[in-house]
Ligand binder design. Structure first.
Ligand SMILES: N[C@@H](CCC(=O)N[C@@H](CS)C(=O)NCC(=O)O)C(=O)O
Length: 188
C-alpha cells in the first residue's frame, strides 16, 4: 500500500504540540486512513492486514493459527514492550538525577524472561510466530526486538531469538521500511 510517513520529534506532546490536534493522546504511532484514525500499534497491524480482505500478513478465522496470530499481535505490544518502556524511561528519558539503574535492570530482566514465550512460539510456529510463515504477528514481535537493540538488550538474546531477529531484519519489507524512515528527517 502507498503511504506517507511523517516523523515527529519525541515526545511530540511537548516538542510538536500541534500534533495534539491530530491525536489528543500525543502518542505515536498515529495512522490516518481517510476518516479512520488509529493509535494502537497492534490494532493498526490487524487493520492494515485485513482492511482490503485477507492478505499474506493476516491469518483468518477458521485457520488453526488464527488464535496464535491474534495473540502474537498483542503479545508484542502489550507484553514485550511494556517492561522495555521502564528501561527506556529510567536510562534515557528522565533527567540524570531521576535515572534509576536498579529499575532499568529489573525491567530488562523481566523483558528477557518474557522472550521465553517467543522462543516457545518459534518452535511451535516453524520459525515464525505462527502458522509457519511471516505474518503481522512477526511485525508486532519484531518491533520489540528492534527496541531491545536500541536499548542495548539484544546482546542478551538467546541463540534462537538472535537467529529469528536476524531473519526478520533480512526481509525486503524490513529494509524498505528502514529506508523510508531514513529518507525522512525528523524535525528537532
Ligand atoms: N499502546 C500504544 C502505545 C503508544 C505509546 O505509548 N507510544 C509512546 C512511544 S512508544 C509515546 O508516544 N510516548 C509519548 C508520550 O506518551 O507522550 C501502541 O500500541 O502503540
Amino acid at each position: 500500500m502507498a503511504y506517507d510517513l511523517k516523523l515527529l520529534p519525541f515526545p511530540p506532546r511537548i516538542r510538536a504540540p500541534d500534533f495534539l490536534q491530530e491525536n489528543p493522546l500525543g502518542t505515536i504511532p498515529l495512522l490516518v486512513d481517510g476518516e479512520v484514525r488509529m493509535t494502537e500499534s497492534a490494532a493498526i497491524i490487524q487493520y492494515l492486514a485485513t482492511r482490503s480482505g485477507p492478505s499474506a500478513l493476516s491469518v483468518e478465522p477458521g485457520d488453526p493459527a488464527y488464535g496464535a496470530w491474534l495473540n502474537g499481535l498483542h503479545f508484542g505490544e502489550a507484553t514485550l514492550t511494556f517492561p522495555q518502556t521502564l528501561v527506556l524511561r529510567y536510562t534515557r528519558l528522565e533527567p540524570e538525577a531521576r535515572r534509576n539503574p536498579q529499575v532499568a535492570e529489573d525491567y530488562a530482566k523481566w523483558f528477557m524472561a518474557r522472550l521465553r514465550g517467543l522462543e516457545a512460539r518459534l518452535i511451535e510456529g516453524g520459525g515464525y510466530y505462527c502458522g509457519g510463515r511471516f505474518t503481522g504477528a512477526d511485525i508486532s514481535v519484531s518491533y520489540a526486538l528492534l527496541l531491545a537493540e536500541t536499548l542495548t538488550l539484544s546482546d542478551r538474546f538467546s541463540a534462537a531469538i538472535a537467529d529469528y531477529w536476524a531473519r526478520m531484519q533480512d526481509r525486503a519489507g524490513f529494509k524498505a521500511a528502514k529506508r523510508a524512515q531514513a529518507s525522512e528527517t525528523a524535525p528537532s
